[in-house]
Ligand binder design. Structure first.
Ligand code: ATP
Ligand code: MG
Length: 370
């Protein structure tokens, strides 16, 4: 693999080019006269990288973003960009694919600089790295004579973790270097980006992916990787991803490894994702209908002994109870209010057993009131 790129873009190039293969031969599979090549070493590549979209058109579900971005790429009016949205929805993939389309692999290292949360991004880095790179001029032609954009691109990934001072230092640079440089800022929480920066960028919101899209993608990957997966196992997998494609693909790779060459079942999915089987939730809710504290305590102890996470349990309880038509809105309001409080306590490190008991006692009170 070519390694002539600079430090940052080398890691990028490695990321994107290895993504085309699941196993990459460490050496060429060739014999050079008089010189024997070393045996081929197969290196596994995570499926999220292998299936990272390589072209902007491969990005699923973000149609509005892609349509506008394609116009920007083909025209000369490429603005500063701000991508925001939940994890695993294609923000980084989109800008990497767009950068490759605009500059081609030859120009990529000269024209694109990526900084992410793993890089130090205080004010000194903005002053030293970003401003220096932004000041370099850029021609509108590739070495082979093909036209290309006349600017360079600075990608500031995960920029919601940049300090406010560093963001402030960017403001002037974005304006001053606008002839030669475009910025693409990427974050999960737009509220953490200072107003003067957001107003200098065209904003693109990435939506959580629809379950059908994730399901389709997982089925394609299963077909490519020869993984046999039961239909309800895929559906369950998709259900717990909250529109995060990265999470879905990572879970799929994990379940496929549990028992290689065997069909992936619903039980495998529960095992890997930590989803609690519906029968367990059902059992907990049923026990709340009988006004026996002892019975409830024993059931909760048994469930927690299985190793299920309390946070997962309250989330699933919430979804389960929400769907129950037999519970009145008033009862739901009291229970969900309690769920929110229990969630906060769990985050603060409260005891799981006591919190679950507290919640289920509230459920029991509501059920046994009538
Ligand atoms: N819209 C999408 N279409 C196809 N694949 C996607 C999409 N979004 C995410 N993926 C898959 O998920 C992986 C992670 O995507 P990406 O790095 O672009 O997410 P992100 O939005 O930048 O997330 P984060 O906010 O956590 O950085 C990709 O490698 C790809 O396999
Ligand atoms: Mg990202």
């Amino acid at each position: 693999m070519s390694n002539k790129q600079g430090k940052k873009s080398t890691s990028l190039a490695t990321k994107t080019s290895t993504s085309t293969l699941s196993t990459v031969p460490a050496t060429k599979d060739l014999f050079v006269i008089g010189k024997r090549e070393k045996p081929k070493i197969e290196r596994p590549v995570p499926w999220v990288e292998k299936y990272r979209p390589k072209k902007v058109s491969d990005i699923a579900y973000q149609d509005e973003v892609i349509a506008v971005l394609n116009k920007c790429i083909s025209g000369s009016d490429f603005p500063n960009l701000l991508f925001y949205g939940p994890p695993g929805t294609g923000k980084t993939s989109t800008i990497l694919a767009a950068a490759h389309e605009m500059f081609g692999s030859d120009l990529y290292r000269d024209r694109v600089m990526e900084l992410n949360a793993s890089d130090e991004r205080g004010i000194s880095v903005v002053r030293e790295k970003v401003i220096k790179f932004a000041q370099l001029s850029a021609a509108a032609k590739r070495p082979d004579g093909q036209p290309c954009p006349h600017f360079k691109l600075i990608i500031l990934d995960e920029c919601d973790s940049m300090t406010k001072a560093a963001q402030a230092a960017l403001r002037r640079t974005m304006e001053r270097e606008s002839k030669t440089t475009r910025f693409c800022l990427i974050c999960n929480y737009i509220s953490r980006i200072i107003e003067p920066i957001t107003s200098r960028c065209a904003k693109f919101r990435f939506k959580p992916l629809h379950t059908d899209i994730i399901e389709q993608r997982l089925q394609t990957i299963c077909a490519e990787e020869n993984v046999n997966c039961e239909k309800d196992a895929i559906v369950e997998l998709v259900k717990c991803t909250d529109g995060d494609m990265r999470k879905a693909v990572t879970f799929l790779q994990s379940v496929a490894r549990v028992r290689p060459n065997e069909t992936v079942t619903l039980a495998d999915v529960h095992e890997i994702t930590g989803i609690i089987p519906e029968t367990v939730i059902d059992q907990l809710v049923q026990v709340c209908h009988t006004p026996s504290y002892e019975k409830l305590a024993t059931t909760v102890k048994n469930v927690l002994c299985e190793g299920y996470a309390a946070h997962q349990l309250i989330m699933q309880l919430h979804d389960y109870l929400l769907e129950q038509m037999s519970i009145s809105n008033e009862e739901k309001a009291v229970i969900f209010d309690k769920i929110a409080m229990v969630d906060g306590c769990l985050l603060d490190g409260a005891d799981e057993y006591l919190q679950i008991m507290d919640l289920l006692c509230t459920v029991m009170q509501q059920f046994c009131r009538s």
